[in-house]
Ligand binder design. Structure first.
Ligand SMILES: Cc1cc2nc3c(=O)[nH]c(=O)nc-3n(C[C@H](O)[C@H](O)[C@H](O)COP(=O)(O)OP(=O)(O)OC[C@H]3O[C@@H](n4cnc5c(N)ncnc54)[C@H](O)[C@@H]3O)c2cc1C
Length: 407
């Protein structure tokens, strides 16, 4: 086969499809390469929560109403700690909700939407093998199964956690230990108190969450400390349900009927990269950054980082030189770092701590009692604001007052 494109995007999941839709709409020729041959393929290692910071991206893609028509559940924050429940007040200065929609619905829906954009060629079974380079060393194309060599002006690595694009482009990742692991399964006939969309329990050190999804399916996820790994050596479902039986305000599992396999990962280190752009190549989504799944941020950031990239590189791809494209990719890299580095720092700190630090204790206690503190808390928790909103003098003073009031 072969061919000439403006952009080759490797990976047609959330990040890849978002980039393809936005760049295709700008009139660019986009090769969207997907290793899987099945157009209905979907990511199994995911619990389907999309945070509200990604709602504007979904709206811009024109997919929010399609998600709703497919049964997506609007989600709102709800977290339990030893100080009690913190419920997200009606958001005023941020998107009103995120969505929960099973990936088996979401991924094919996004792939269809991308393939319908004029200029986007979806290539199934096109597993990336190599990056090609011009005489100056700049990446100028890809070699993939079924399609052979494609030349392009920019390769976008949207190929997930084990990104081959990152490896071939020499954009190394740094692993940070995660002291928890995760197992989950989907059930019908589960009632979760405190709202059907999201419940997160932070038990220090263990965590657990229940997310209500389309078609009346609830995903139950245990995120225990690694000292509990042996419990999951045998009957994984029994071990998963045991975690839920012991929770405060536990979901009612009397009539629960499992409708998926029990899926999990025993080791899930965070992966951060100092550089996510090199001449002719750039990374988005999990290829660029992987954090602890307990916060459910990866899907939203896959959508958002692809949007940031699209905004940065579309114009130079239409009218600019290769140097201008690379400069735009570096601007995207800076935006990625500025926006996500603070989240990265606190998420990695949490994944290596069995108990809350003193600041987290203060904020959870304050948020459980003062709706204003809870609102700021979820502005951060839904990834709409930087973690630094938590450190404002007003926030700390109100949290301290709320905690003192109940001593
Ligand atoms: C246990 C667990 C639960 C999670 N739950 C949530 C959650 O509830 N909410 C949330 O926001 N995040 C969650 N995440 C993280 C989330 O799943 C990811 O952040 C998200 O899927 C990243 O999307 P992506 O498009 O970057 O990559 P992916 O979804 O991983 O997609 C990568 C794509 O690239 C393709 N590909 C790979 N290699 C090649 C190649 N060589 N050539 C061509 N194509 C290739 C793959 O087939 C795939 O289609 C969870 C993670 C784990 C481990």
């Amino acid at each position: 086969m072969g061919g000439e494109y403006d952009v080759a995007i490797v990976g047609s999941s959330l990040a890849g499809c978002t980039a393809a839709i936005l760049l295709g709409r700008r009139g660019l020729r986009v090769a969207l390469l997907e290793a899987n041959r099945n157009p209905a393929a979907y990511k199994r290692m995911c619990t389907h929560y999309i945070q509200s910071s990604a709602l504007p991206t979904l709206q811009r893609l024109g997919l929010d109403s399609e998600l709703e028509a497919a049964g997506a559940v609007r989600n709102h924050g709800n977290a339990w700690s030893r100080y009690g429940w913190v419920e997200e007040p009606e958001p005023r200065d941020r998107p009103s909700h995120g969505y929960n929609l099973q990936r088996e619905i979401l991924d094919p829906l996004m792939r269809r939407a991308a393939a319908q954009v004029p200029g986007v060629d979806l290539m199934l079974g096109a597993k990336l093998r190599e990056l090609t380079r011009g005489p100056d060393g700049r990446v100028d194309g890809v070699v993939a199964d079924r399609v052979g060599r494609l030349s392009c002006r920019l390769v976008v690595g949207a190929d997930g956690r084990s990104s081959k694009v990152a490896r071939l482009a020499d954009l190394p990742g740094r692993e940070s230990r995660n002291d928890r692991f995760a197992y989950f399964a989907s059930y019908r006939n589960v009632t979760i108190p405190h709202g059907q969309s999201v419940q997160l329990w932070l038990l220090e050190p263990d965590a657990a969450y229940a997310f209500g999804n389309d078609a009346g399916v609830t995903v139950l996820t245990a995120v225990p400390d690694k000292s509990r790994l042996p419990e999951f050596d045998g009957d994984k479902e029994a071990a998963l349900l045991r975690v839920f039986e012991d929770l405060p305000d536990a979901p009612d599992l009397t009539d629960a009927e499992r409708v998926s396999d029990v899926v999990g990962t025993r080791d899930y280190p965070s992966i951060t990269r100092r550089r996510i752009a090199a001449p002719g190549v750039v990374l988005v989504g999990d290829a660029a950054l992987v954090l602890d799944p307990v916060w459910g941020a990866g899907c939203g950031w896959a959508l958002q980082t692809a949007e940031w990239l699209g905004d940065a590189v579309a114009k130079p791809l239409v009218t600019g030189t290769d140097r201008e494209i690379d400069a735009a990719a570096r601007r995207y890299q800076r935006r990625h770092r500025m926006r996500l580095w603070p989240h990265q720092f606190f998420a990695i700190d949490f994944s290596q701590r069995p108990r809350f630090n003193p600041l987290a204790r203060l904020l959870f206690a304050g948020a459980a009692r003062d709706p204003w503190v809870a609102d700021r808390f979820f502005a951060y928790g839904t990834r709409n604001r930087s973690p630094f909103v938590m450190f404002s003098p007003r926030m700390l003073a109100r949290a301290a007052r709320a905690r003192r009031a109940v001593r």
